[in-house]
Design a protein around this ligand. Structure first.
Ligand code: COA
Length: 172
């Protein structure tokens, strides 16, 4: 489902600015937010994958391009806890500050969806994601070695809070 704007989304305005800094023309109105909800399709929902793409009004060559994607899901058996997973910024748009901005937006969404705590894991050699987590108030809780690839993984948590910007769209 596409999330229609109810008012200006200052997250998307900021996102467009970050992309424009790279010389790629972007505007809030040429970016769309889609939510692929999980679960039963009831009119309340607090889980799913968010995908932010250039829409059909974007200049040719950008139409349909994915900018970023992430998912929030409740922990089985403890629904006030969200797991943040599947975070990705498309390669072309990395190192522009989008990782930081989307982390803030994600925690804003988690707060609005009523979660009390958000968990995530990341590999300790993922310098970019470690920087995002550090700057956005996440605490390292524990770590382990993934038995499959032998990489060290850290488990982090944060209490979600309203960010600096407005979502500008209604969450289901
Ligand atoms: C992790 C990821 C989401 C970060 O997105 P991004 O938009 O590039 O991040 P930002 O531009 O906001 O940068 C965040 C910080 O990391 C730093 N950084 C970004 N890429 C870096 C790199 N390749 N090497 C070193 N530092 C890097 C930035 O300089 C910035 O540092 P700062 O806080 O000191 O300013 C993105 O790299 C990505 O999608 N990676 C692949 C998927 C992934 O690893 N997901 C996370 C799984 S837990």
């Amino acid at each position: 489902m596409f999330l229609a704007h109810t008012k200006a989304s200052t997250y998307l305005v900021e996102l467009a600015k970050l992309i424009s800094n790279k010389g790629v023309p972007a505007h809030e109105d040429t970016i769309q937010v889609a939510l692929y909800p999980y679960g039963t399709g009831n009119d309340t929902c607090n889980q799913g994958t968010f995908e932010i793409d250039f829409n059909d009004h974007a200049p040719a060559g950008l139409k349909g391009q994915q900018i970023t994607v992430f998912s929030l899901v409740p922990m089985i058996g403890c629904p006030p806890v969200a797991v943040s997973t599947g975070v990705k910024v498309s390669e072309k748009f990395r190192k522009l500050g989008i990782g930081h901005l989307m982390n803030e937006m994600r925690l804003d969404i988690a707060k609005q969806w009523g979660y009390s705590l958000v968990l995530c894991t990341d590999r300790e050699d993922n310098v970019a994601q470690q920087a995002v987590l550090k700057k956005n108030g996440w605490k390292k809780l524990d770590g382990f070695v993934n038995p499959v690839n032998k990489k060290t993984v850290a488990l982090h948590s944060v209490v979600p809070k309203k960010g600096k910007y407005e979502l500008g769209f209604k969450l289901p």
